[in-house]
Design a protein around this ligand. Structure first.
Ligand code: G3P
Length: 214
């Protein structure tokens, strides 16, 4: 299981990287716009902090525009993964870019048929959004189970990157299902190592230690 952070915030990326368990970063236009920085400068900063896949999303929605942006982004650094929306024009662009050796992350996936087509187009990663499905009373993690099964049935190489994770249970279930990657906001990563019994246990150990006769 690879752990990515889903943010464009440099402080959060630095703090997650300092834990020593961070494998990559995913961004999207909403996350980037929140930072109020130049996109290219922001990517350069992120690439210096994390030596792993960094997803950068295109804004174009037409085939030619996606290709142009995708090629430009991929030239920035070998760790850049071009994030492309799961629309008709996007699928066509994924096929062309993957033929050129460009790594792609197909985003805004909400159904198993979308995921199958992305894999056939040669996507490096598929990003199903589990939290946003839960938000409309659909089963986000059920979608992950379906995609993992389908990809295993047909031996696709496309990695299942679970996105829109809202809490540690999404992460644990994704691990149980055999997904390849989880991308999470900093606040979820921060909860993965916390347990009240660990804190209570440590407090007791230390207070018992301090009761010793010196
Ligand atoms: O980056 C894509 C995805 O993880 C967004 O999550 O929380 O905006 O639904 P969220």
């Amino acid at each position: 299981m690879k752990i990515f952070i889903d943010t464009a915030n440099i402080s959060e990326i630095k703090e997650a990287a300092s834990l020593g368990i961070l494998d990559g970063v995913t961004t999207n236009p909403s996350l980037v716009s929140k930072e109020g920085k130049d996109f290219r400068a922001l990517l350069d900063e992120i690439l210096k902090i994390v030596d792993g896949p960094v997803s950068a999303e295109v804004i174009s929605t037409d085939y030619e525009g996606i290709l142009k942006e995708g090629r430009e982004l991929s030239k920035i650094h070998h760790n850049i993964v071009v994030k492309i929306p799961l629309i008709k024009e996007g699928l066509k662009a994924v096929r062309t870019l993957s033929g050129e050796g460009v790594k792609t992350n197909v985003t805004l996936c909400f159904s198993p048929s979308q995921a199958l087509l992305a894999a056939k187009a040669g996507a490096t990663y598929i990003s199903p959004f589990v939290g946003r499905l839960d938000d409309i009373s659909e089963d986000g993690m059920g979608l992950i189970e379906q995609i993992v099964t389908i990809y295993n049935n047909y031996a696709f190489d496309t990695e299942v990157l679970v996105a829109s994770i809202r809490h540690p249970l999404h992460f644990v279930e994704a691990c149980m299902m055999g997904a390849d990657v989880c991308t999470m906001p900093f606040n979820v990563i921060d909860k993965l190592y916390s347990h009240p019994l660990t804190d209570i246990g440590l407090e007791k150990f230390l207070s018992d230690w301090n009761k010793q006769k010196k």
